[in-house]
Design a protein around this ligand. Structure first.
Ligand code: MMA
Ligand code: CA
Length: 284
């Protein structure tokens, strides 16, 4: 039986309710107790209740070791606790910082959203204004173009002095008298020609401005008797002959004049009694 088994047996056999001097463990020195350093005998051993002598220094050693272990453990716990506290404190700080940052970010996000909304509104307003301006400019450009066009048309409607306008042409009624060929040249000299009558409207226009006089017109059969052509070499598509005309009476009648009522008659080209009508296109 070793020392610890002895201790266990001592413990099991120990009954404190029976305070007997026989049962009480009394530290007693062995028979050959060694003296202590000071000469008196210290308690280095004791006798158990059964009288066995036991050394107690291992108990001290165990207690010391346990105490040291506990101290180390306590120190470790204290250090760990301190570290944990610091960690927690750091975590709290970080959490606080994060919350603060989160709040700042939320504020910044709101500001950015507000800025974005404002910017969007401004862009939309600028776009709308741009469209409105563009429409205004377009309308104004149209108005200007219309005015220019009207001015142009108006200018085109204006014929030279003493010339009368009709459907894009200007007419000059010469009231002096010349033979047909001289009248023809007079018109050419003014950048015009003896009048070529193409239709009823033009005929009626001329009749309205004849003022009771007779005029040469640009029709003749000088090239071929009986075949009348206009001074611009066009053939006759419209005619307003007086009844019985053309009759080419006398020594021959190759040039055409208009009576006061507008009716046409072939007459001698050398006659010097008729006025003449010039016509020219009016270009802007
Ligand atoms: C004149 C002359 C002619 C015309 C006849 C019409 C006599 O001649 O003007 O050209 O055809 O009159 O009667
Ligand atoms: Ca005639």
């Amino acid at each position: 039986m070793n020392s610890s088994e002895d201790d266990q047996q001592d413990y099991e056999n120990f009954h404190p309710s029976q305070p007997s001097s026989q049962h009480q463990m009394k530290p007693q020195c062995p028979a050959k107790a060694e003296p202590g350093p000071e000469g008196n005998s210290s308690v280095q051993c004791c006798r158990g209740w059964n009288g066995k002598t036991k050394a107690i220094w291992p108990l001290y050693a165990v207690h010391i070791v346990l105490f040291v272990l506990w101290a180390i453990l306590l120190a470790i716990l204290i250090v760990k606790s301190s570290q944990t506290a610091k960690g927690l404190e750091m975590l709290h700080f970080n959490q606080s910082t994060l919350r603060s940052t989160e709040a700042e970010l939320a504020t910044e996000l709101k500001r950015l959203q507000s800025d974005q909304a404002t910017l969007k509104k401004e862009v939309l307003e600028a776009l709308a204004k741009g469209k409105s301006d563009r429409d205004d400019i377009r309308a104004q450009a149209h108005r200007i173009l219309d005015a220019v066009q009207k001015g142009k048309e108006s200018a085109c409607r204006i014929c030279p002095a003493n010339w009368l306008p009709n459907t894009g042409c200007c007419y000059y009624f010469a009231i002096e008298s010349k033979p047909w060929s001289h009248a023809k040249q007079a018109c050419v000299d003014q950048g015009a020609q003896l009048v070529v009558i193409d239709n009823q409207q033009e005929q009626e226009f001329l009749q309205k401005h004849m003022n009771g006089k007779e005029y040469w017109i640009g029709l003749n059969d000088l090239s071929k008797e009986g075949t009348f052509t206009w001074v611009d070499d066009s053939s006759v598509s419209y005619s307003n002959w007086n009844q019985g005309e053309p009759n080419n009476v006398g020594s021959g009648e190759d040039c055409v004049m208009m009576y006061k009522d507008g009716k046409w008659n072939d007459a001698q080209c050398a006659n010097n009694v008729d006025g003449w009508i010039c016509e020219k296109k009016w270009t802007c």
